[in-house]
Design a protein around this ligand. Structure first.
Ligand SMILES: [Zn+2]
Length: 204
């Protein structure tokens, strides 16, 4: 027997579950749990969440120079004249910038790749902001590039790939010192570890 109204609400819930399960790290089970969590939440809290998602899409943009997320373009790091504009630290994700900024000991600029090379997942050089980095190096006078991708297999091979294509264009290319946990994310490393990795960086 069909009850149209119930069918309609089931449809609404399964649509939400379907949307939620597309999120990174969320499987069908967690998506279902989240959906039921939203059903129980007061409407004001759901509105709060949905409006911050919309605000995110409306106001957060990419900096054309460093590809970092920002609310202005160019971002406040790229336009800061107190910083060393001849030093660029190449990182995987925008959150890595926070990790370096927390140390208070890095005064150069950044370049966000937005991922790492991963042939298994179909991610090649054109899916990352590598061309943007190349153009940046060609039109600016850069003294040093720090390849600060994560110490994972993919992070290492991405650093090697970039070193290959920029090797002739930059006087000095360095890699962060060991000490970062292998396979660990820079994003989660503590200040002291990052500071030591920066200070001990070695030319490659
Ligand atoms: Zn920027």
């Amino acid at each position: 027997m069909q009850i149209p109204e119930q069918n309609h609400s089931v449809k609404i819930i399964s649509k939400l579950i379907n949307e939620l399960s597309k999120l990174p790290g969320i499987g069908p089970k967690s998506a279902q749990r989240l959906a039921y969590h939203f059903i129980k939440l007061p409407k004001s809290e759901v509105l709060e969440l949905s409006s911050s998602l919309i605000e995110l899409k409306d106001k957060i943009i990419y900096c054309d120079i460093c590809q970092n997320l920002s609310d202005e373009n160019p971002c406040s790091i790229c336009t800061n004249n107190q910083r060393d504009h001849k030093l660029i630290c190449v990182i995987e994700e925008p959150l890595d910038i926070l990790a370096f900024e927390r140390t208070g000991s890095y005064n150069g600029l950044y370049h966000v790749l937005h991922g790492v090379l991963s042939p298994i997942n179909g991610i090649g050089p054109n899916n990352l902001k590598i061309n943007e980095l190349l153009n940046r190096i060609k039109v600016n006078n850069i003294d040093e590039i720090i390849l600060a991708t994560n110490p994972s297999i993919e992070g290492e091979s991405t650093a090697m790939y970039i070193q290959d294509i920029i090797g002739d264009l930059v006087p000095k290319i360095t890699r962060l010192a060991r000490g970062l946990p292998v396979g660990g994310d820079i994003e989660y490393a503590d200040q002291m570890t990052i500071m030591r990795a920066l200070q001990g960086r070695q030319e490659i």
